[in-house]
Design a protein around this ligand. Structure first.
Ligand code: HEM
Length: 462
């Protein structure tokens, strides 16, 4: 068992004056920009190992401060969190789609929206979605044939999109669900390209990409507004149990409710933040299980003993510790949110270094969660490491796939529940094997995706 007490540095209350943290110099003018752009994960990991717990990375004329110690990460996410906002890049990439949704809003506005949305994510509420999650998994695998090969990343995206649509709107949107997925995917890639590209082409210019972005945004907006209007017209909001109705009927202490625009922004946010991250957790889970047959056998034994072939239900969640450990381990090695970025809005001191307002701070789950000081044999997939209470022993900031502090993921329980129920449903019916000859490359876009998907052979269990 690892003892973390003596690990690394601890935050010093005193400052050490004007010194800047150590770090690579990079190339003239561009600094480390090219390396980070070319291989963000590898570059950040190398820099962290070489320069330590707090590093300055020059990017063009600016710099980023990379934190590689749990204490420092906890400073930003929890202890000094009021001094930090989401970064400009995060807002540039997602702003068009998410407006002032929970993920990127700030201050009092964010606090009110979070207060209004929080009850919809209470455990007793989301427990009601368990059967929808299992049904979506069953519907998806009804299309699978014994011995077939499929891109499991695509399959998991279709599955979680179906769950997202049904839990948000309480209905399926035949045909449109797939279009929602395509629109979201296009808009995220479009915004990311624009944010990273040094030459800014105004959105009003009629380039093919700008025109398509406008079309896709209009499509998503009209879909959400149509459903909101329909509910209002029929006056039957209270009859629905989906997330949208809960948001529509949520009332603040002063009696105010969300406007149509706020409902639109939160709906888009839940769509975007919720479905792809969970799909990726599931995709990486199948990949890691197929690469680690001993873990796959152990998981299968647990499912056989506890469920014996029947569909999982909400009451089974606490009875599948190995499966939960598998999910924790997947989120450790392939965290869908692999980096968090913040801009400081006030002077701050971290690790004894003073940072002025306007500093950009980054914290990487990919780097921290593969740190040998906190995880034995860190690159290995070993679900059993989670079985003896590791999560409680780890210092805050060492493992943060869902972030931490007030901005922690509102959908954490939803996502964990969906991952466990979907894996339990599918793993009892099929064994998934990685098709040989593929190089699976994690591509760090907004989330950590497998670059060319993950082709797997699907064998029915007998
Ligand atoms: C495995 C799946 C998921 C992962 C890894 C994940 C990860 C995260 C992380 C790291 C944050 C914090 C971002 C930051 O601090 O900058 C976050 C925030 C958020 N997530 Fe998730 N998430 C997942 C699933 C979901 C689901 C299922 C939903 C909704 C149904 C959701 C909705 C949100 C929202 C609304 C926020 C913003 C919360 C706020 O700032 O108040 N997420 N998520």
């Amino acid at each position: 068992m690892q003892n973390f007490k003596s690990v690394g540095m601890h935050d010093k209350p005193s400052t050490n004056g004007k010194r800047v943290p150590p770090g690579p110099r990079g190339l003239p003018l561009v600094g480390m920009a090219l390396q980070v752009l070319h291989d963000p994960l590898g570059t950040l990991q190398r820099i962290a190992r070489e320069y330590g717990d707090i590093v300055r990375i020059p990017i063009g004329p600016d710099s980023r401060i990379l934190l590689n110690h749990p204490d420092y990460i906890a400073q930003v996410n929890v202890i000094q969190q009021s001094k930090f906002h989401k970064s400009k890049l995060t807002k540039d990439v997602t702003g068009r789609l998410l407006g002032e949704g929970l993920l990127i809003s700030e201050g009092d506005f964010w606090r009110r929206q979070r207060r209004l949305a929080q009850p919809a994510f209470h455990r007793s509420r989301i427990n009601e979605y368990a059967s929808t999650m299992v049904e979506s998994a069953e519907t998806q695998i009804r299309k699978w044939g014994d011995g077939e090969e499929r891109d499991i990343a695509q399959e998991m995206t279709a599955l979680t999109l179906e769950t997202a649509v049904r839990t948000l709107f309480g209905t399926t949107l035949p045909g449109e669900a797939r279009q929602v997925g395509r629109s979201l995917d296009f808009l995220v890639r479009y915004s990311l390209r624009k944010a990273r590209w040094p030459i800014k082409v105004p959105e009003s210019w009629p380039t093919p990409a700008n025109r398509r972005a406008e079309r896709e945004t209009k499509f998503l907006d009209s879909l959400v507004y149509r459903i909101i209007d329909e509910r209002k017209r029929l006056g039957n909001i209270g009859e629905h149990k989906d997330l949208l109705s809960l948001l529509m009927s949520a009332m603040d202490e002063d009696g105010s409710q969300m406007t149509a625009k706020q409902l639109r922004d939160e709906t888009m946010t839940l769509f975007l933040a919720g479905h792809e991250t969970t799909a990726l957790t599931l995709s990486w889970a199948w990949y890691l299980l197929s690469k680690n047959p001993a873990a796959e056998v152990q998981l299968h034994e647990e499912l056989r003993d506890v469920l014996g072939g029947r569909a999982p239900a909400i009451g089974d969640l606490g009875r599948l510790p190995y499966l939960l450990a598998v999910v924790n381990e997947v989120l450790r090695l392939y965290p869908p949110a692999y980096i968090l970025a913040r801009t400081s809005i006030a002077p701050s001191t971290i690790g004894g270094y003073d940072f002025p307002a306007g500093s950009t701070i980054i914290m990487s789950q990919w780097v921290m969660q593969r740190d040998a000081r906190f995880f034995d044999d860190p690159e290995a997939f070993r679900p059993e490491r989670w079985l003896d209470g590791l999560e409680d022993r780890l210092p805050a900031g060492a493992y943060f796939p869902f972030g931490d502090g007030p901005r922690r993921c509102i959908g954490q329980n939803f996502a964990l529940m969906e991952a466990v129920l979907v894996i339990a449903t599918i793993a009892q019916k099929f064994q998934l094997q990685l098709v040989a000859g593929q190089k699976i490359v994690p591509e760090p876009l907004v989330t950590l995706r497998p670059r060319n998907g993950i082709r797997m052979r699907i064998d029915a269990r007998r």
